[in-house]
Design a protein around this ligand. Structure first.
Ligand code: NAI
Ligand code: BGC
Length: 265
């Protein structure tokens, strides 16, 4: 079945790399006009937009730091100026700044919160305002869709990554509280919680011996590909998911089944 996002405009934050890149390409192939956000990797951001255009789609790359209010306002204004509307936001940008708890600096704590949680707040708020202003454009059953990129670590505690796990736990309730607040306006807010997907964020953990150890945590027996998440993002943005409101879709090869309990406990 082909999923169409024809005539819809999608902003994907952190679209220059990893999961965001795969989502941009999937949305472009589905006919969406794609705004590829990047923070500093201009070359990669422009390359993603170029690939979408080469395949016959429409895309622009826009620099913005999602943790900065003025940047987020400019990102949305540029999207609306270029494509006339915003129908889909994928709030995907995220960082890890790992440290043992007692060694974690305030900068590492705040840096993760700024991008992973404040960034989601700023982008989702801008999206809700844009959806309300433009109203029903007749391109989808919902007047707008927001997909928050969470993680299995919204439920799985993660020693050495307290800032990251706390930010994703925050995303879970940001998402569901917002979903509850705007559902009656036909704005659909959902999240994706990926498990271990091979991208630059976890390069060290997904190679060689570390990868073998990681596989012990994945009942399905493989590390995920960015496309596994892009397919979920395509579904959630489409009308196939029109009755899916305020939920988190785990795309994790069973990581949240806690496989350590299979023969223990
Ligand atoms: P990645 O490192 O390849 O991509 C992260 C993206 O976020 C990059 O494009 C980067 O430029 C962007 N970014 C970082 N700070 C930003 C800022 N302040 N403003 C705008 N953009 C910013 O890593 P990946 O894996 O693609 O991560 C994407 C999201 O998926 C993150 O939210 C991450 O927490 C989440 N995730 C990833 C998993 C994985 O196994 N790869 C698993 C669960 C969640
Ligand atoms: C992290 C990855 C990690 C995965 C599974 C994600 O949220 O960003 O580094 O591999 O969770 O633990």
């Amino acid at each position: 079945m082909n999923i169409s996002l024809e005539n819809q405009v999608a902003i994907v934050t952190g679209g220059s790399s990893g999961l965001g890149r795969a989502i941009c390409l999937a949305y472009g192939a589905a006919g969406a006009h794609v705004v590829v956000n990047y923070r500093s990797d201009e070359k990669e951001g422009k390359e993603v937009a170029h690939l979408i255009e080469q395949a016959g789609g429409k895309a622009i790359a826009v620099q913005a730091d999602v943790g900065e209010e003025a940047d987020v306002d400019r990102l949305f204004a540029t999207a609306i100026n270029q494509f006339g509307a915003v129908d889909i936001l994928v709030a995907n940008s995220g960082v890890q700044k790992d440290a043992a708890f007692a060694d974690m600096t305030l900068e590492q704590w705040q840096g993760v919160m700024q991008t992973n949680l404040t960034g989601q707040f700023l982008c989702a708020r801008a999206a809700v305002k844009a959806f309300r202003l433009q109203g029903d454009r007749g391109v989808s059953r919902a007047i707008g869709k927001i997909i928050c990129m969470s993680s299995v670590h919204q439920v799985i505690p993660w020693a050495g990554h307290v800032n990251y796990a706390a930010s994703k736990g925050g995303v879970a309730l940001l998402m569901s509280s917002l979903a509850q607040e705007v559902a009656s306006e036909h704005i659909r807010v959902n999240a994706i919680a990926p498990g271990a997907i091979r991208t630059p964020i976890n390069e060290a953990a997904t190679q060689g011996d570390a990868a073998k150890k990681l596989l012990e945590l994945i009942p399905y027996g493989r590390i995920g590909d960015p496309d596994d998440v892009a397919k979920a993002a395509l579904f959630l943005a489409s009308d196939l998911a029109d009755y899916v409101v305020g939920t988190t879709l785990f795309v994790d090869g069973g990581m949240t089944l806690y496989p350590g309990f299979e023969d223990n406990g």
